[in-house]
Design a protein around this ligand. Structure first.
Ligand SMILES: Cc1cc2nc3c(=O)[nH]c(=O)nc-3n(C[C@H](O)[C@H](O)[C@H](O)COP(=O)(O)O)c2cc1C
Length: 176
């Protein structure tokens, strides 16, 4: 009996210790990346960047120019930029998914990721950074685009210069 209880305790402890978390993010100018790094450090999580095969230059990101790359992509909702392969996420239970808000939505590269990655059975926690826009329906739209049967928790939007404390307070408010 004692042995059985000990075995159960060992199993429980190892499950808790190895329940693992990853942070997956896209960031064009570093704001979301900073938040992603704080999450990864605080949650002892592995971190993966969604890297577009063709990086965005400053000229590409100039949304004030009607001809810029981001505007051309924005005008074609079905466009999915190619991204570099991300290692298997199979072993992770929880994934923090981060992105900047572009026209109040996740950039198309994040759609490339969710549409081509099996997230079944995982808990997804979205986070975004923006100049002013709220998270809005950006996470719901990503969830709808994904074929996977995952649990999407309510996400959060941070300001561009979010402090470590902003991020850590949020993490501590999550019951995960
Ligand atoms: C193409 C483009 C569109 C943007 N659209 C919005 C927007 O709709 N609302 C907003 O508040 N900020 C908008 N921004 C600002 C970014 O969301 C903000 O600077 C974000 O923190 C950038 O994150 P990053 O540094 O990780 O790329 C936009 C930026 C770009 C480049």
């Amino acid at each position: 009996m004692k042995k059985t209880i000990l075995l159960l305790l060992v199993l429980l402890t190892s499950t808790l210790l190895f329940a693992s978390t990853a942070v997956v993010y896209f960031s064009a100018t570093g704001n979301t990346e900073r938040v992603a790094n704080v999450i990864a450090e605080h949650e002892n999580a592995d971190i993966y960047e969604i890297v577009p095969s063709i990086p965005y230059s400053s000229a590409d990101l100039n949304w004030r120019n009607d001809e810029s790359r981001v505007n051309q992509e924005h005008n074609d909702p079905s466009f999915r930029p190619a991204i570099e392969a991300i290692p298997s996420l199979e072993s992770y239970d929880t994934i923090f998914l981060g992105y900047p808000l572009w026209w109040q939505q996740a950039p198309h590269a994040v759609y490339t990721f969710v549409e081509n990655t099996d997230l079944s059975g995982k808990t997804i926690i979205p986070f975004a950074t923006s100049q002013a826009s709220p998270l809005g329906n950006s996470a719901e739209n990503l969830e709808s685009a994904s074929d996977s049967d995952a649990t999407w928790l309510e996400g959060i939007r941070f300001r561009e210069r979010a402090s470590d404390n902003d991020v850590i307070s949020w993490l501590e408010s999550l019951n995960i």
